[in-house]
Write a protein that binds this ligand. Structure first.
Ligand code: ATP
Ligand code: MG
Length: 289
C-alpha cells in the first residue's frame, strides 16, 4: 500500500461522500446509423436511471444490449439520440474531468511506458498518489517502466484501472474492468475497488457479466433487457459492508437474478424490491430536477 489518498486508511474524504456526483439519465435513447442500409439501429430505448452521489451501481444485461453505450453516454463520449444525461444535476455536453472510464479493453498508448499511461489519467493535475504507488496497488509493482506490449491482457486491464483511479474521479465508470483477470486476481481487484469506494466514496457505475461480482460490490444492481434496452429491474443489495461473499442473503439475491435471466428455479425479480426501487428512482429524479 502507498502513502497516497487512494491507499491510505485516513483519506481526506473517508466516509465523506463529498467527492462524488450524482448521475441521471432521463428518457435516454440511442440509435446508431447503419451505413448502406435504411434506418438506424436502436440500442437504448427510454432509459431512466438515477445514481446517487457515492452510490455503487452494477449494470447487468445481455451482450450487445447497450451497456458500453450507456457508459459512453454518461462519460460524454457520445450523445443520446433522445433524452438527457446529467452529471451533478447538469446536462452532460461533452467529456467531463469529473468522470473517468475504464474501457472494456485497456486502450493503453503503446509508445508510452505503463507509468506514463497511468499518469495520463491525472490529466496534468498534481495528484496525491503517484503512478508507481497505484501500480503497486493493482499488483503491477515493478512494471512502471515496462511498455504495454510487455503486459498480459489482465495486467494491461489493471493498468487501465490505475489510469482511471489516479485522477480520483467523482464518477468512476467501469466497463467489465476485471473480465480478463484470473479468478483470484479478480477477487483481489474487487476487494481493492471496494476498499477505495469505502474510503473515498466516488459514484460508480460498473458493467459486469459476473453476478457475484455485482453482489459483492454494488449497492444496487440494474438489469437491462435485450436491445433496444431499457432498465427492466433494479435490485437493492442490502447487506452490510465489507461484504461476506458467503452471506446467505447474497446467495438468495443471486438465485433471483439468475432466475431473471432464465437460469435455475427463480421466477424473477421480487416485485417488492422493484417497486421500492421505482419509488426511490422517482425521488432521486425529483431531487435532480
Ligand atoms: N459506434 C457504433 N456504431 C454502430 N453501432 C454501434 C456502435 N457502438 C455500438 N454499436 C452497436 O450497439 C449495440 C450495443 O453495443 P454495446 O457495445 O453498447 O453493447 P454491450 O451491452 O456493451 O455488449 P457486450 O456485453 O458484448 O460488451 C451493438 O449492437 C453494437 O453493434
Ligand atoms: Mg460492452
Amino acid at each position: 500500500m502507498n502513502g497516497g489518498r487512494l491507499g491510505g486508511e485516513n483519506g481526506a474524504n473517508a466516509g465523506g461522500g463529498t467527492r462524488s456526483e450524482r448521475v441521471g439519465l432521463v428518457g435516454v435513447a440511442k440509435a446508431f446509423g447503419r451505413r448502406g442500409r435504411q434506418g438506424a439501429l436502436p440500442v437504448l430505448d427510454d432509459v431512466d436511471l438515477s445514481v446517487a452521489g457515492g452510490e455503487f451501481v452494477a449494470v447487468l444485461g445481455p451482450s450487445g444490449c447497450g451497456k458500453s453505450t450507456l457508459l459512453r453516454l454518461i462519460a460524454g463520449l457520445d450523445r443520446p439520440t433522445a433524452g438527457e444525461v446529467r452529471l451533478g444535476g447538469q446536462p452532460v455536453t461533452g467529456v467531463d474531468a469529473r468522470c473517468a472510464i475504464v474501457f472494456q479493453e485497456p486502450r493503453l498508448l503503446p509508445w508510452r511506458s505503463v507509468a506514463a499511461n497511468v499518469a495520463l489519467g491525472a490529466r496534468g493535475r498534481a495528484t496525491a498518489t503517484k503512478p508507481e504507488a497505484l501500480l503497486a496497488q493493482v499488483g503491477l509493482d515493478g512494471f512502471a517502466a515496462a511498455y504495454p506490449h510487455q503486459l498480459s491482457g489482465g495486467m494491461a486491464q489493471r493498468a487501465g484501472l490505475a489510469r482511471a483511479l489516479i485522477g480520483e474521479p467523482r464518477v468512476l465508470l467501469l466497463d467489465e474492468p476485471f473480465a480478463a483477470l484470473d479468478a483470484l486476481t479478480r477477487l483481489r481487484m474487487q476487494d481493492l475497488l471496494a476498499g477505495i469506494c469505502r474510503q473515498w466514496r466516488p459514484t460508480v457505475v460498473m458493467v459486469t457479466h459476473d453476478v457475484d461480482e455485482a453482489l459483492t460490490l454494488a449497492d444496487r444492481i440494474v438489469i437491462m433487457g435485450p436491445r433496444p434496452a431499457r432498465v427492466v429491474a433494479t435490485i437493492a443489495v442490502p447487506t452490510l459492508r465489507p461484504r461476506d461473499r458467503a452471506d446467505p442473503a447474497l446467495a438468495r439475491l443471486r438465485a433471483e437474478i439468475l432466475g431473471f435471466f432464465g437460469f435455475g428455479t427463480g421466477t424473477g425479480i421480487a416485485p417488492a424490491a422493484t417497486r421500492r426501487e421505482d419509488a426511490r428512482h422517482d425521488e432521486r429524479e425529483a431531487a435532480i430536477a
